[in-house]
Design a protein around this ligand. Structure first.
Ligand SMILES: C[S@@+](CC[C@H](N)C(=O)[O-])C[C@H]1O[C@@H](n2cnc3c(N)ncnc32)[C@H](O)[C@@H]1O
Length: 247
């Protein structure tokens, strides 16, 4: 289960990635937006602020996220609903269908991309960014090594890495019916100012791992993960960055 308030406050890395995409969007003639995997609603609200005349809908699988987003960000023309990105059904289409930092949580991200593409108006845009092959490899390798170590093995019994970080080919196939304007693996570096900032970011975003640990265990796990490291911590990331229009 997510802690939406913590995610809202400590997802500066994810927010920065989304902002970079938002800066690239031409929203002048956009009248409707669907944001898939909207989380706490912060990015969706930013989109809505940049496009005040549009009807904006954020959807997320987690009811606690939708509840938080509704309480904190909903306003006329901006609403939030529970929906599964793997089984999206909407009676209407949208001028912009987008998703940020969400689809790698699904078992089959390309299938979700294909179904999102079917919700885009004829002259609309599908704009998606998600973790791709090699995403957070440095930290993921360390976390995986640590959780498989003697000290932590029992806490993580039966645990499976929760993300699908894929290369481009499956997305190429999924977008075969669309006009692809961009399909790239891009590298970005997230920066966290201190050990405490890293801990808050980890706690907010690595939920399946965090849920296996008590508060004291999490503290110890992060201490072992970071060792003697002091100062700013870099998070090297690889993202699938895609833009496509109906063919
Ligand atoms: C890291 S958060 C990203 C939130 C927001 N888009 C952002 O950029 O900050 C990932 C979100 O994806 C949602 N999610 C995971 N699986 C999903 C699914 N199958 N359908 C819809 N949302 C999903 C989670 O509940 C979570 O809120």
């Amino acid at each position: 289960m997510w802690n939406p308030a913590s995610y809202d406050q400590h997802s500066q890395v994810q927010f920065g990635l989304a902002l970079e995409v938002l800066e690239q969007l031409d929203l002048t003639s956009v009248g409707s937006i669907l944001d898939v995997g909207c989380g706490s609603g912060r990015v969706t609200a930013e989109l809505a602020a940049r496009c005040p005349a549009a009807r904006v809908v954020g959807v997320d699988l987690a009811p606690e996220m939708v509840d938080f987003a509704t309480r904190n960000y909903a306003r006329p023309r901006l609403s939030f609903e529970v929906a599964d990105a793997a089984a999206l059904e909407f009676p209407q289409r949208f001028d912009l269908v987008c998703s940020f930092a969400c689809l790698h949580w699904l078992a089959d991200p390309p299938a979700a991309v294909a179904s999102m593409g079917r919700l885009v108006n004829a002259d609309g845009l599908l704009r998606v960014q998600l973790g791709g092959q090699g995403n957070m490899a440095f930290w993921l390798a360390r976390v995986e090594e640590l959780r498989n170590s003697q000290a932590w093995r029992d806490s993580f019994a039966g645990f499976k890495m929760p993300w699908s970080f894929l290369g481009l080919e499956p997305f190429q196939r999924a977008l075969a019916d669309m006009r692809v304007e961009r399909l790239e693996l891009i590298c970005r570096t997230g920066r966290l100012a201190s050990r405490q900032a890293f801990k808050s970011w980890f706690e907010a975003g690595w939920r399946p791992y965090v849920e296996r640990l008590t508060t004291a265990e999490l503290e110890a796990f992060i201490d072992q993960l970071l060792g003697t490291h002091q100062g700013e911590i870099e998070i090297p990331m690889v993202r699938v960055d895609l833009a496509a229009r109906p063919g």
